[in-house]
Design a binder for this molecule. Structure first.
Ligand code: ZN
Ligand code: ZN
Length: 458
């Protein structure tokens, strides 16, 4: 198995699975995961949508050949459901291993006996197995063309983002001296994780340009820059790196961001997408990234971002700042927001952050939409220092959570900074259990490429 796949699973699902497999009895237990699939840069990604625990003695019993096995009845029920729901089928068991894990010869023999038949039943959807150690995971996933995939990494998406691999990874890359001071905080291993990570920044205006600078200086390896706009004179007060010549030359905002990134870290890999991320052709290039920063304040952007997080189980954050004067022009509200969004933890729909009236307004012609690029007809007031609060907190969260530098939190919080009252409020996102976008039973959750994103035509 040379080719590999990735697996994404929410922290809540992973906990249910892990607690069942490692019950403290030192024994082996079983389960089945059903997962949506997607392909990004040629690599298969599995997005866990359903967890089915195998009941001891009923679904998981003494095996004829191996130690224990899922019963044929349970397997049949699961593979039929996988086929009907158009999901991949993954049988799971655990080994008494810790940081390294792999299938036994007996495990692999049973895959070779069973999976060709399951592939027939699944009508070509991937089937396979996962084996878990307490801090490791391996896969043997079968595709219809006969390819078998091992596991590159499993990503457990909670507030923190944990990676499980079949064995500890010893990277041979050195780390550049420029990162010395931050390595003193999170170690060379953390620096390597950043250099191997990829993030997408949606919107390279005031906030997005700051995010670009921050993630570049942190040493993030690959940065997708998405914006269809060019630099205008009114941007000079806020866009990092923008110059008057860029205004004259109608330089795209993504170009300015790339310039800033490469000045900060010449080794960074920048991917410029000068397009509207509400278009399928644009957003489909982002389904393999590790983290999404939404720094564009249109409802359509929120709609697509929200779907991306829940359909592909990609952690993300929505950033923004807002200045609201009253009729007389006095300031009523000056605030910045940092809203982390995670699969299964409540979404932008559940929290009424997607305004359907505004969404309808935005769905006009391209010309109208350009006039409303910031969500309203009149451009909103905007100030760099407010943007910086939002950007800094969002990148800080990314750093701490992506490198697991703080413990997993039970609850997620939106962070709102109210500058007129010098208050910071933490708001726990609402979660509508029946939300069609983000609920576990909703239509979108974990479906991957199985259903279209709510985008405009290509
Ligand atoms: Zn085994
Ligand atoms: Zn929701």
């Amino acid at each position: 198995m040379n080719a590999t796949c990735k697996l994404r699973i929410s922290q809540d699902h992973f906990k249910i699975l892990f607690d069942h497999l490692f019950q403290g009895d030192g024994d082996e237990h079983g389960a089945v995961l059903l997962a949506g699939t997607s392909v990004s840069d040629g690599q298969t990604i599995l997005h866990v949508r359903e967890v089915h625990l195998a009941a001891e003695g009923t679904d998981y019993v003494e095996g004829k050949i191996g130690y224990r096995a899922l019963t044929p009845q349970f397997i049949h029920r699961m593979i039929t459901r996988a086929r009907d729901e158009k999901l991949a089928y993954l049988a799971v068991h655990n080994h008494a291993s810790d940081r390294s894990v792999g299938f036994s010869r007996i495990d692999l023999d049973s895959h070779e006996r069973g999976y060709p038949a399951l592939l027939q039943i699944s009508r070509g959807l991937p089937v396979g197995a996962l084996v878990l150690g307490t801090r490791s995971m391996e896969a043997d996933v079968w595709l219809k063309d006969g390819t078998r995939l091992g596991l590159e990494s499993a990503i457990v998406v909670g507030k923190t983002i944990r990676r499980l691999t079949p064995r500890p990874r010893f990277s041979t890359n050195g780390t550049a001296n420029m990162f010395d001071r931050q390595i003193k905080m999170f170690g060379a291993g953390g620096q390597r994780a950043l250099s191997e990570s990829s993030v997408a920044i949606l919107g390279l205006g005031g906030i997005g340009s700051l995010v670009a600078e921050y993630v570049a200086r942190l040493g993030v390896g690959r940065i997708y820059l998405v914006d269809d706009d060019h630099v205008e004179e009114t941007n000079l007060s806020r866009i990092i790196g923008a110059e008057t010549a860029d205004v004259v030359g109608h330089v795209p905002k993504v170009e300015v961001a790339r310039r800033v990134i490469l000045q900060a870290n010449p080794a960074a890999d920048t991917i410029l997408i000068e397009g509207d991320f509400a278009k399928e052709s644009v957003v489909s290039r982002l389904t393999g990234v590790d983290y999404v920063f939404l720094a564009a304040d249109s409802m359509r952007a929120r709609l697509v971002f929200n779907a991306l997080v829940h359909q592909y189980l990609i952690p993300g954050v929505q950033l923004g700042s807002k200045i609201r004067p009253d009729e007389q022009g006095s300031l009523r509200e000056v605030m910045s927001a940092n809203r982390p969004v995670r699969p299964g933890k409540g979404c932008l729909w559940c929290n009424q952050l997607i305004d359907t009236n505004m969404l309808a307004k935005e769905a006009k012609t391209d010309e109208d939409r350009k006039a409303q690029a910031y969500g309203t007809e009149e451009p909103n007031p905007s100030v760099i220092s407010l943007n910086a609060v939002s950007a800094a907190h969002a990148v800080n969260d990314f750093l701490l959570d992506f490198l697991c530098l703080r413990p997993e939190a039970e609850t997620l919080h939106y962070e709102h900074f109210h500058f007129l009252t010098s208050k910071r409020s933490l708001v726990e996102p609402r979660r509508d259990p029946d939300c069609p976008e983000c609920s576990i039973t909703g239509s979108r959750y974990g479906r991957g490429d199985g259903i279209p994103l709510p985008t405009l035509e290509g």
